[in-house]
Design a protein. Structure first.
Length: 335
């Protein structure tokens, strides 16, 4: 029996350590990246693009995830200090406040992809919908609609008695057992991961088709402004595609693990199995934050326009870095 308890202790320690490790990795670089995103997407070259407005709105929500959600998760999952287990109001507020902003962020990314589809259309009526006015309206609708679609969490989430890996009875906050718990897991999986991802990939393919059709129908106009606009649009589309892939990789495994635990809830499991499932759940829950913390590094890696704006910001606020960079460049040329 003692060896089983030792194994459970080791798995639980690994679970807590994994939560803290992955959360810190997301928090520190993520906070730096989100701040840069907020600055860059308000730069003159990008702020006139409707797609940039969507990215800016999504980044604001990512900032909420990094500053609010991740620290709370570090304390609750990493150190087992969670008021939500003992207070029903905190339980409902925490789950609702943690799920809704993350879903809004993913759906706003979808709006950005739809904007690229409209912008690349050969139909002028469709292209007119690619505007800052449309972006503001769409962002507002998503921001209002998603909280309404998740309002059932406030009604059906509760605290009930569960068991830890040692068999002790402990308070657990989650959706009501039975149909709703399975429904909630599937609902969040589709609303947070599958639906926005599928639709984003769909509109991404349609955008590529529009671009090919446009090249066949509309002659290429030579000019610096035209080349710059096409380069910016192409980079925004590439960034969108990679971001969707990151969202899928980061969010889908967590939803699948939650669904598996839900449908096997009535099966008798030993303490080691419960501890292993908790380890998988907490690990994949922590990886979902990469969907919200990695944006800046993707944009910098894939977009030369974005990268140039970052360099301008750094050289403006850190002139010493700029002078040192120039000195190194001159020294390399002389050698």
């Amino acid at each position: 029996m003692s060896s089983i308890n030792t194994t459970i202790d080791q798995i639980n320690a690994a679970s807590a350590g994994m939560v803290v490790f992955l959360s810190v990795i997301n928090f520190v670089p993520g906070l730096i990246g989100v701040v840069f995103n907020l600055i860059v997407f308000t730069r003159p070259i990008l702020r006139q693009e409707p797609c940039s407005l969507y990215f800016f709105a999504s980044t604001c929500l990512d900032l909420y995830v990094i500053l609010i959600v991740i620290p709370v998760r570090i304390v609750s999952n990493g150190y087992n200090l969670d008021w939500a287990n003992y207070n029903i109001a905190v339980c409902k507020l925490e789950f609702y406040g943690f799920h809704v902003p993350r879903s809004i962020s993913c759906w706003i990314v979808l709006m950005a992809c739809i904007d690229r589809y409209l912008h690349s259309s050969i139909n002028i009526r469709f292209r007119r919908f690619s505007s800052l006015k449309t972006a503001r309206i769409a962002t507002g609708i998503i921001t209002i609609l998603m909280p309404l679609l998740y309002i059932h969490m406030v009604i059906f989430f509760t605290i009930y008695n569960g068991r830890d890996p040692y068999g002790n009875v402990i308070p657990v906050y989650n959706g009501q057992k039975g149909f709703y718990q399975a429904f909630m897991i599937l609902w969040h999986m589709f609303m947070y991961s599958i639906c926005p991802t599928f639709l984003t990939l769909l509109f991404g393919c349609l955008t590529v088709r529009n671009i090919h059709q446009g090249r066949q129908v509309v002659p290429v106009v030579v000019g610096e402004n035209n080349r710059s606009a096409r380069r910016t649009n192409s980079q925004l589309l590439r960034i969108l595609t990679i971001q969707v892939i990151i969202i899928v990789i980061a969010t889908l495994p967590y939803s699948l693990v939650r669904f598996y635990i839900s449908i096997t809830d009535n099966i008798v499991k030993d303490g080691v199995q419960i501890a292993k499932e908790n380890l998988a759940l907490q690990t994949f829950n922590s990886t979902t934050y990469f969907a919200h913390s990695s944006g800046f590094y993707l944009y910098t890696l894939l977009g030369s326009v974005f990268r140039k704006e970052v360099v301008k910001i750094i050289t403006r606020h850190f002139p010493h870095f700029h002078r040192r960079r120039n000195q190194v460049s001159i020294a390399n040329q002389n050698n």
